[in-house]
Design a protein around this ligand. Structure first.
Ligand code: LLP
Length: 417
């Protein structure tokens, strides 16, 4: 048993749904991201069903994995989208997403990105500062439009996650400080070209307990009361993303318990509730398939040098993140404690430390839980073309992004005259 329902062993071979992963490596090469359609659909449905008839919108956080096939799949299920750039807006539109279900987050939206979003007719801008509110107002005025906005409030809550992905503390760059929010809501009435429609908050990512969500939710509901007393009409509450997944030992809450905790205290028939899950929708629906190029035994360490690297999956190098690493063919050979490293010229280029595996040159490995913030954070460092991406769907497999070529990488570069 792998512990990952859509990627499991049958007769000592690791499968993605009904497809052997060694077959995928043969057909599409390595490194290669492999996603499971069934896992994506199940994760989306679990969130959606958890609202049990309450007015809501699941806005998938595109940054977690922005492949068009994945966006299109969620759009077909009725999902909305949380975007953070004009580029992500273009992707959502190309994938057939409904602009009326798009919220635009991020601390540094540019006027041209705001224009594109107003043109498309998005649901809401999640505004993060007074200066940004003034720019949205100006841009909307120039276009003769009224921009729907929420203010993203920073509730000063400790998300108890990695400091790089904690966003709801007062020292973080995100959101409007909690004690300034009411004043800004009231003064937003002076802006003729914005209409305040919502209240937004997002406290961090990979949260494995409900406590911080509940604490933030209580603060937000307190603020909502005060805003309503001031006569402001708030149509929706956007409670952000951040629900964690199991990478190894974690036991994060189920989507249904998370949604129930968020909704507690919010009367039915009052505000529409939005959430922006990213990782919890795609993280365990994807793996990174890689091949062992060389084994290198030194007096101090045993290294497995694989063909995936920090440019393909940056999370271990950047956050010291742990991803389970499983052999694609369970091997009964000599188990050693391996450092699983890539070919990039940095000591920080590792995918896993101290993994007990029986390996031979040429073996395939699956780096698990790589569906979120894997491909979307990849780079071309060391002039490494990006990996291919494929989707398994029962006994079918579809290429959803071709492996990049070096020619594509250098296509925009020019010599001096
Ligand atoms: N909404 C906003 C405003 C966000 O900033 C984020 C993530 C999300 C939603 C989705 O959060 P999720 O449900 O995926 O936790 N690269 C890091 C994670 C960065 C998260 C950034 N913001 C990682 O690999 O762990």
């Amino acid at each position: 048993m792998s512990g990952f329902p859509s990627f499991d062993y049958r007769n000592a071979s690791l499968y993605g749904e009904s497809i052997r992963l060694d077959r995928i490596a043969g057909e599409f090469g390595t490194p290669c991201y492999v996603y499971s359609r069934a896992a994506l659909v199940a994760a989306y449905r679990e969130f959606d069903a958890a609202f049990a008839g309450r007015d809501h919108l699941v806005c998938y956080a595109v940054k977690a994995n922005s492949n068009l096939a994945i966006l299109n799949l969620f759009a077909r299920l009725g999902s909305g989208f949380d975007i953070v750039s004009g580029g992500e807006l273009r992707r959502v539109m190309k994938a057939g997403g409904d602009p009326q279900k798009v919220v635009f987050s991020g601390v540094g939206k540019r006027p041209d990105e705001m224009r594109a979003a107003l043109d498309a007719g998005i649901l809401c801008f999640n505004v993060e500062s007074e200066a940004e509110l003034a720019v949205v107002d100006r841009v909307a005025g120039e276009m003769n439009k009224i921009a729907p906005v929420s203010l993203r409030v920073n509730p000063d809550v400790d998300a108890k996650t990695h400091p790089y992905i904690s966003t709801g503390l007062k020292e973080n760059k995100f959101g409007i400080p909690f004690d300034q929010a009411e004043k800004l809501y009231v003064s937003s009435r002076q802006f003729a070209n914005v209409r305040v429609t919502g209240l937004d908050c997002h406290i961090g990512s990979q949260l494995t307990e409900l406590g911080p969500f509940v604490e933030a939710g209580e603060k937000i509901l307190g603020l909502l009361d005060r805003l309503e007393t001031q006569g402001l009409q708030i149509d929706h509450l956007d409670l952000g993303g951040g629900l964690g997944i199991r990478y190894s030992g974690e036991s994060p809450p189920r989507a249904r318990d998370y949604v129930a905790a968020l909704c507690k205290g919010i009367g039915r028939g009052s505000q529409r509730i939005l959430i922006e899950p990213g990782r919890a929708l795609v993280g365990n629906a994807g793996i990174l398939l890689t091949r062992v190029e060389y084994l290198k035994h030194t007096p101090h360490r045993d290294f497995a040098i694989v063909d995936a690297a920090m440019n393909d999956l940056m999370r271990p190098a950047l956050y010291d993140a742990y991803h389970e690493i499983l052999p694609v063919t369970a091997n009964k050979g000599n188990v050693k404690t391996y450092q699983i490293v890539g070919p990039v010229c940095e000591t920080g280029d590792f995918l896993g430390h101290d993994r007990k595996l029986a390996l031979s040159q040429g073996d395939l490995l699956a780096i698990m839980s790589a569906g979120a913030y894997g491909m979307s954070m990849s780079s071309n460092y060391n002039t490494r073309p990006r990996a291919a991406e494929v989707m398994v769907d029962g006994d079918q497999v579809h290429l959803i992004r071709e492996r990049e070529s070096v020619d594509q990488l250098v296509a925009g570069e020019k010599f001096l005259p």
